[in-house]
Design a protein around this ligand. Structure first.
Ligand code: PEP
Ligand code: MG
Length: 608
C-alpha cells in the first residue's frame, strides 16, 4: 500500500458517552471542536446514523447529545492516533469538570392571590410593576463590510472573555466566539449568515439544548450591531420586574445599569447562558409560563418559593416585604464584613485589592470591600474604537475617585489580547512577540496619549503605574523615560507617581538585584508567569498547567526573598482558595483579586 493510501486509510474510532447532566452543550463543545481543529486529520462524530464534522461547533451541537447518549468519534489520516488520544482525554476532563447546576429547593409558599409556579434561576424576592421586554432594530449609518463586522464581533468576544476571565462565566464568550467562527466561515453575506444561524438554531428545537438557541441569536445580533443595525431596548427609570420570552446573554449587561429587581422568562432553561449570567449578576429570576399580563401591573416574584403572585393581596405584599427584608439583612451582614480589613490569626494584616477593567468594575470593587485597585487592566477602556484623550481622562478620573490606592497598568495588547485598530504584523509566536511594554516602540503615539490621560487624571494624587510583560531592565527604564518625556512635554509634574513592573516573564527573576535599583514596586502576574515558566499557552484548549505547581511557589518565594521593593500578586493565584495560606506564609502582604472574590479572599486570610 502506498504511503498516501496508508495515511488516507489510517483511522481510529471510539465511543464516548455523555455523563454530564447538562449534555454536550456549547461550552464543552467549543473546547472540543477547537482542539479537533488543531489536528490535520479528518475528525467526525456519529450519533443515530448522523455523521458530522467534529471540528465545527454548530454541526457538533446539531447532534443534540444529552446525558447518557453515546456517540462515535472517528479520526482519519495524518495524526489520527494523536488526535483521538487528545480528544478522548479532553472529553473526559470536560465531562468531569462541567459545572452541574443544582435545582434550587423551593420553600413553601402560602400566598392568597392567584399564582404561577416556575423554575428558580436565582433566589430572591422582587415586588414591582412588570415591564414587557421588547426589542426594536435601529439602523445607523455604517460602511462596514460583513467580513469586517464579523472580525469586530470576534474581537469583542475575545475582549469580553479576557475582561471576565477570573469569573466562572468567562467561557461563555469563548464558546460564542467558536460558534461565530464556525458559522462565519461558511457565510459571505449577512443574508447567508442569518439564514445559517436560523437553520442551525432550529436543529436544537425540542432538545435539552433548546435554550442555547439564544447564543445563536446573540452572535447574530452582535454582527448586526457592527453593521450598524442596533437593537434598541428602553427600560423604565424606576424599579421593575422584567417579563420576556428570553433574554440574550449580551442583554444582561444592559440590564445591570437599570433598576431591575427581578426577571421572569418563559423560554430559557436553568442551564442556559442567560441563566448563568443572571446568577452571576445576582438578579432574582424565574422561568415561568406567564399569560398576558398588563404592563405596569404590580406583582410579586418570589424566587425562593418559585412562584409569581399575579394578583397579590395586602397580606401577600406584607409577607413578601418581610421576606425581602430578611434577604437584605442577610446580605448586609456579609457586606459589612467585606469592609473590615483581613487579618490573619497571627494578627498580620493582608491588603486585598481589586483587579478591575473599567468604571463599572471599579464601582463594584468598591461595593465589594476592596481596599484599592491592584491592577487596572487599562486595555478594556480602549475597546472597539480608540477613545479620545478626553474620554480616557474622564474614565481614569472616575476610577481613581473610588480609592486612594491605585495601580494602573499601561496598555497590554498582543498575544492573547487584541485591539481591532492595533495592527501587529503576523507573527509565528504572538505570545513571544510584540506585546505589553514592547508597544512603546511600535505604537508610541497610542502610549503617549494614554500616559497623558493618566497623568492629567491623577493630578496630584499619588498613583502607581506599572508596565506589563517587562523582560529586561532596559525595557523598564526606556518606558519610564518615555513617560517622563510625555510629562515634560505637557508641563506636568509626576513626582507623585510611582513606576513598577508586572513580573510575568521568568527572566525578571534573575534580574531582581538590578530591578531593585530602578523600580518602585512589583506585581506578580501569575497567569502569564505560569505560561512562560512551563511554555504552555494560557488559552491552550487541552494543555493545562498545574496552577498550584511547587515551581510557581518557588518562583514567588525567590521574588519575595530578593525584592527590596513592595511585592503584590495580581494573577488568578491570588484568589485561589488552595493557595492563599501558602502565599501568606511565604510573606506576601498584598493580593489583588477580581471584585467578586474580595469577600471570600478576606475570609480565607482570616483563617490563616
Ligand atoms: C497575569 O498575567 O497574571 C495578569 C494579571 O495579567 P493578565 O491576566 O491581564 O495578562
Ligand atoms: Mg499578564
Amino acid at each position: 500500500m502506498s504511503l498516501f493510501k496508508h495515511l488516507f486509510f489510517k483511522s481510529h474510532s471510539t465511543h464516548l458517552t455523555i455523563t454530564s447532566n447538562n449534555g454536550f452543550h456549547l461550552r464543552p463543545v467549543a473546547q472540543f471542536a477547537s482542539l479537533a481543529k488543531s489536528f490535520p486529520s479528518k475528525i467526525t462524530a456519529t450519533f443515530q446514523k448522523k455523521t458530522v464534522d467534529a471540528k465545527s461547533v454548530n454541526t457538533l451541537l446539531s447532534l443534540s447529545l444529552e446525558k447518557e447518549d453515546t456517540f462515535t468519534l472517528q479520526t482519519q489520516g495524518k495524526k489520527a492516533d494523536e488526535a483521538i488520544e487528545a480528544l478522548v482525554t479532553l472529553f473526559e476532563t470536560l465531562m468531569q469538570t462541567d459545572i452541574q447546576v443544582k435545582e434550587v429547593i423551593k420553600t413553601a409558599s402560602d400566598y392568597e392571590g392567584a399564582l404561577i409556579a416556575g423554575d428558580i434561576i436565582f433566589e430572591g424576592i422582587a415586588i414591582a410593576p412588570i415591564y414587557h421586554y421588547a426589542r426594536k432594530e435601529v439602523q445607523h449609518e455604517n460602511n462596514a463590510s460583513f467580513q469586517e463586522a464579523l472580525q469586530s464581533s470576534l474581537n469583542e468576544l475575545e475582549n469580553l472573555y479576557l475582561a471576565h476571565k477570573q469569573e466562572d462565566n468567562a467561557t461563555i464568550y469563548l464558546a460564542q466566539k467558536e460558534l461565530l467562527t464556525s458559522l462565519g466561515e461558511k457565510s459571505e453575506t449577512l443574508k447567508n449568515f442569518e439564514h445559517l444561524v436560523e437553520q442551525e438554531a432550529n436543529t436544537l428545537l425540542g432538545t435539552t439544548l433548546e435554550s442555547k438557541r439564544a447564543d445563536y441569536q446573540d452572535i447574530l445580533q452582535r454582527v448586526k450591531k457592527h453593521l450598524g443595525l442596533e437593537i434598541k431596548v428602553t427600560f423604565p427609570n424606576s424599579p421593575f420586574i422584567l417579563l420576556g420570552d428570553d433574554l440574550l446573554p449580551s442583554e444582561i449587561d444592559a440590564l445591570l445599569d437599570t433598576q431591575v429587581l427581578g426577571v421572569i422568562l418563559k423560554e430559557t432553561s436553568i442551564h442556559s447562558h442567560t441563566a448563568i449570567l443572571l446568577r452571576a449578576a445576582g438578579i432574582a429570576s424565574l422561568i415561568a409560563e406567564t399569560e398576558d399580563l398588563h404592563q405596569n401591573k404590580t406583582l410579586i416574584l418570589d424566587a425562593h418559593a418559585g412562584v409569581v403572585i399575579l394578583a397579590p393581596s395586602a397580606n401577600d405584599l406584607q409577607k413578601a416585604t418581610r421576606r425581602l427584608e430578611q434577604d437584605i439583612n442577610k446580605n448586609t451582614l456579609s457586606a459589612t464584613r467585606r469592609f473590615e480589613v483581613a487579618t490573619t490569626t497571627q494578627g498580620k494584616e493582608i491588603k486585598v485589592l481589586a483587579n478591575v477593567a473599567d468604571v463599572h468594575s471599579a464601582k463594584i470593587a468598591k461595593e465589594e470591600g476592596a481596599q484599592g485597585i491592584g491592577l487596572l487592566r487599562s486595555e478594556f477602556l480602549f475597546k472597539a474604537n480608540k477613545p479620545s484623550l478626553e474620554t480616557q481622562q474622564k474614565a481614569y478620573e472616575e476610577i481613581f475617585s473610588f480609592f486612594d490606592d491605585i495601580t494602573v497598568r499601561t496598555l497590554d495588547v498582543g498575544g492573547d489580547k487584541a485591539l481591532p485598530y492595533i495592527q501587529i504584523p503576523t507573527e509565528n509566536n504572538p505570545f513571544l512577540g510584540v506585546r505589553g511594554v514592547r508597544l512603546f516602540n511600535t505604537h508610541p503615539e497610542l502610549l503617549e496619549e494614554q500616559m497623558h490621560a493618566i497623568f492629567m487624571a491623577a493630578g496630584e494624587k499619588a498613583i502607581k503605574i506599572m508596565f506589563p510583560m517587562v523582560s529586561s531592565v532596559e525595557e523598564f527604564t526606556q518606558a519610564k523615560f518615555f513617560a517622563q518625556n510625555v510629562a515634560q512635554k505637557h508641563h506636568l509634574n509626576i513626582s507623585n507617581i510611582d513606576f513598577g513592573i508586572m513580573i510575568e516573564v521568568p527572566s525578571v527573576l534573575f534580574l531582581l538585584e538590578q530591578f531593585n535599583e530602578v523600580v518602585d514596586f512589583y506585581s506578580i502576574g501569575t497567569n502569564d508567569l505560569t505560561q512562560y515558566l512551563f511554555a504552555i499557552e494560557r488559552t491552550h484548549p487541552s494543555l493545562k498547567v498545574d496552577a498550584l505547581s511547587p515551581v510557581l511557589f518557588s518562583a514567588i518565594d525567590t521574588i519575595l526573598q530578593k525584592a527590596t521593593k513592595p511585592v503584590s500578586i495580581c494573577g488568578e493565584l491570588a484568589a485561589n482558595k488552595a493557595a492563599i495560606e501558602k502565599l501568606v506564609n511565604l510573606g506576601i502582604e498584598t493580593l489583588s483579586v477580581s471584585p467578586k472574590s474580595i469577600a471570600q479572599t478576606k475570609e480565607l486570610i482570616r483563617h490563616v
